[in-house]
Design a protein around this ligand. Structure first.
Ligand code: SAH
Length: 252
């Protein structure tokens, strides 16, 4: 049995060529060290909290690290606005994905990590302090409430959401938080053309439009993934997001 404490068995693969080929980018030595440290902290946290089932180094690299960064690299370019100080919010971040890897690679952006589970956010606070990541902070709360708060509504350049709900729920959680011109990134596994058609009306009601949908293949296990990019084009009507629980019970 590999020992969770043994640094040799818990070494992340470097994947320099893979990063270069897929995202036209490579982590610096410091970023690689932080990604490695993040991995170790999550393995350690997993012993108390149910954070993730993905613990093997290659799988962690692909499903958590690579996938998180692939979402902010439409057309295989890590989004350049992140280099000039974008404000980003990650809704339902759980163990910190996709927000924490993005905070590591984009030190000039500020990332707000939101989750309704307090104990997960307490754990993320510990991660942020151990990694000395001062461009990220946590917020305990529900997307439906935060989206109605003046200090958060229409306040972000980018809103990210992975594995939180169906796509129209994700649109209702993210679009109210964006400034006009901002971008929501919805991370998905499978996706079909029929789903795009069904999502269009919800996105329009929320003041957005579907800008693009990218399908890609993950570099190690060759799994199919999708990212939906929604652009905020006009102010979201005040009634959205609806009260806690309504978006999931009655999706737009
Ligand atoms: N984004 C992470 C975690 C996904 S699990 C990842 O991809 O690995 C979904 C997370 O969303 C859970 O931690 C849950 O607590 C949180 N969540 C679900 N509904 C939410 C809501 N309405 N507001 C805030 N967080 C929510």
């Amino acid at each position: 049995m590999p020992n969770a404490q043994d640094p040799m068995t818990n070494l992340l693969p470097e994947m320099a060529e893979n990063w270069q080929k897929t995202l036209n980018w490579q982590p610096t030595e410091e970023q690689q060290a932080r990604l490695q440290h993040l991995y170790e902290l999550i393995l350690e946290g997993n012993r108390q909290l149910n954070l993730t089932r993905i613990t093997e180094p290659q799988e962690f690299w692909e499903k958590h690290l690579w996938d998180s960064l692939r979402g902010i690299a439409p057309r295989q370019q890590l989004i350049s606005s992140l280099e000039v100080g974008a404000s980003v919010i990650d809704i339902g971040t759980g163990a910190g994905f996709p927000g924490v890897p993005i905070a590591i690679v984009a030190p000039n952006s500020t990332i707000t990590l939101v989750d309704s589970t307090r104990k997960k956010m307490t754990f993320i606070d510990k991660i942020l302090s151990e990694l000395a990541l001062n461009n990220a902070k946590t917020l305990v709360g529900r997307a439906e409430e935060i989206g109605q708060q003046q200090q958060h509504r229409e306040n972000y350049d980018m809103a990210l959401i992975r594995a939180v709900g169906n796509a129209s729920v994700c649109a209702e959680y993210t679009l109210p938080l964006l400034k006009k011109g901002g971008l929501a990134v919805i991370y998905r596994g499978t996706w079909t053309q029929e789903e795009t058609t069904a999502l269009q009306d919800a996105v329009q009601q929320l003041g957005g439009e579907i800008e693009s949908i990218e399908q890609f293949v993950t570099p190690l296990s060759n799994s199919i993934r999708h990212c939906l990019y929604l652009r905020k084009v006009t102010t979201t009507p005040a009634k959205f997001p609806r009260a806690v629980g309504i978006p999931t019970q009655k999706p737009l």
